[in-house]
Each structure stands twice: as C-alpha cells, then as structure tokens.
Design a protein around this ligand. Structure first.
Ligand code: FE
Length: 346
C-alpha cells in the first residue's frame, strides 16, 4: 500500500494519500486548497491517478482542496450526507464503503465535533477527522457540535475498535503524527471522565477562541460544488422536469454513472445503461461501449449521477472525445427524486 501523511503547517491539518499500487487509483482525505500543487506533483511522481477526494467534515480552519482537485483531476468528491456543502459528487452515510482499486474504507458516522463528522476505518487504521485527536478531541462548540454526540461517537464507536488500531487524526498542533486506540483510551486526558455528563461539562468549559479564518472558510467550504450553469447555457443540460418528460423517448439513452452500491441503495432510472464514471474515458474511446451504442442507435446520451457533478464532467469528457450529442440531468437523481420522478429499485 502507498500511504502518505501530508501536513499543512498553516492550519495544522493532516491530509492522507492512499493507493494500493504504483500506477493505480488514489484517494485523498482532507486535502487543503493551498496544497493542491503539491498533491498533484506527488501524484505524478508516484504515478497515481486521483479518483476520490474525501472530507471528514466541513472544515472551519482551512479551505478544502476538494473542488480544486476535482477541477484539476476530474476526481469524485465525497462528504457525509449531513454536510452543508452545496454539491459533492457522492454523499455517504454510516455503514457505507468508499472504495478505490485495491482499497476499501468503512464509513463511520461519528458526529460531535460537527453534525457532519465522519471517521473512516481501513484494516489496521482509522482516520478520525476531528472527532478523536491525539491526546485531545475536536471542539464541539459550533457547526451544530455536540459534546453528548461526541462522547457517544468516541466511547461507543471509535474506542470499540481493536486497541492496536492506528489513529490518524485530521489535525495535530504539537507534532504528534499517529497514536493507537489503546493509547488514547489510557492517556487522552479528555477521555478520563467517569460519565457522559462529566465529558459534556469538560467540553463546555474549554472557552476556546474561534478559528481565525472561520467566517471566510466555512462559506467557502459550503460552496465547493461544480458549477453546472455553463452546461445549461450551452444547451447540454436537462433540468429534472425536462428529464422526467423525456423518460421513455426512443431518441434518448439514459446513462447511469454511479457505482453499483449507490444504485442498490438509491435506485436508478428505467431503461438506464450502467457505465460507471471511473471508466468514462474507456467507454468513450472508439470501441468503447458508449461510443458504440451512440453510433449504433443514433440516440442522444443523457448522463446522470447522484447530484450532477460526475454527469457534468462526463459531458465535457464526451465532448473532448468527439461525442457532442450528449447532455446531463442537472442536480442528478437527487433533483429527479425531488421533482417526483419515478425510481426503479435494482
Ligand atoms: Fe474541524
């Protein structure tokens, strides 16, 4: 496995780059905007293709690199379903899995620091975001934080992992890089409480100043989504209503870009062809399935995904591959459902 812990000294943020092999797919956790150049250089040096960028929660102390990395590498952006970010490619919830070639992260909903805080466990290690820090815990006094919820996330979820599990947090301000569940259980001063009430009282008396750039950073992180209005101006976009009306039309071919797990969980559209986004370039090449189907049937390909990001990127990729008769459903299946469109369960 390729594993890199990357540090942003300005915000004290740790970002993690994961991949199973050189030449393969990579995932990054909690990237920082200002470090995008460095990540891209490292990806190139290690011969990796970034396919997923994940934030453990909506950060208040640094601007996320999710949007920038999506624009540069066409990767998928991922956050929890509770996140107030306007658009991400995929939203996950407790029990889901985030997969790339050769690696699988188990999604754990661990609210408390914020109401959209997630941890991700993978074999011998867990990425705890700002829920559990090394000899500390994330503050719970803004962004719908809750010391009560955090106690539950830590004591009833994270500390139930095997004691030797490596703990990789999203921040450290003292220079510590890694801990273990057992070590934190015994030596984390915040965890030496006898009851949930004692923890709530402890967290209520921290009296921390607000993060320096909070008023700028939080709104920036909420507007991370891919702007889909450019495609609309070019006539390459259907809104949910128009898409619903086109259902069953013989000159349209719906193409579902989501992963099998998303289709199983949220359903799909009647008659849709499944062509997962990660292999879009393959599918659009001469001889590729989308290329062939478009040529054989003369139908207009209408891409859709969960929220419209992957489909917007697919329209651009199709155009670059010389396939111009495509469009996407703005807002994805989410907008479709909200407009009352019928969903087929697979
Ligand atoms: Fe945080």
């Amino acid at each position: 496995m390729i594993f890199r812990q990357l540090f942003d000294s300005v915000s004290g943020t740790y970002s993690y780059l994961l991949a199973s092999r050189p030449g393969g797919e990579a995932l990054i956790l909690d990237p920082v905007l200002e470090k995008a150049d460095r990540y891209c250089k490292l990806l190139q040096e290690l011969d990796l293709k970034l396919v997923k960028a994940v934030d453990t929660h909506l950060h208040a102390d640094h601007v996320t690199g999710l949007g920038e990395l999506r624009d540069r590498t066409h990767c998928i952006t991922i956050m929890g379903e509770q996140s107030k970010a306007d658009v991400v490619s995929m939203r996950v919830s407790d029990g889901d899995k985030v997969t790339i070639e050769g690696l699988c992260l188990d999604v754990m909903y661990t609210p408390g620091h914020t109401d959209d805080s997630y941890s991700f466990s993978m074999g011998d290690r867990v990425f705890t975001g700002d829920t559990l820090l090394i000899r500390g815990t994330g503050r719970t006094d803004f962004q719908n934080g809750s010391a009560r919820a955090q106690y539950d996330s830590i004591f009833n979820r994270l500390l139930k992992l095997p004691e030797e599990t490596l703990v990789f947090p999203a921040h450290d301000y003292k220079g510590d890089t890694v801990s273990t569940i057992g070590e934190e259980k015994r030596y984390n001063p915040r965890l030496q409480v006898r009851s949930i009430d004692e923890y709530v009282e402890l967290m209520g008396n921290l009296n921390l100043p607000n993060p320096r750039l909070m008023d700028v950073v939080i709104p920036a992180n909420m507007h991370v989504g891919l702007h889909q209005d450019e495609l609309e101006k070019q006539g390459l976009s259907l809104n949910a209503r128009q898409a619903i009306e086109s259902l069953g039309r013989t000159d349209v071919l719906l193409v579902d870009l989501r992963e099998s797990s998303e289709r199983a969980k949220h359903g799909t559209l009647s008659g849709a062809l499944h062509a997962p986004y990660p292999s879009i370039e393959e599918s659009l090449k001469p001889g590729g399935v989308l290329r062939e189907v478009a040529a054989a049937t003369g139908r207009r390909i209408v891409f859709f995904c969960a929220f419209g990001e992957r489909s917007a990127m697919a329209v651009k990729a199709a155009k670059e591959a010389g396939l111009s008769n495509t469009a996407h459903i703005a807002g994805g299946l989410d907008a479709w459902k909200k407009a009352g469109g019928p969903v087929l369960h697979v």
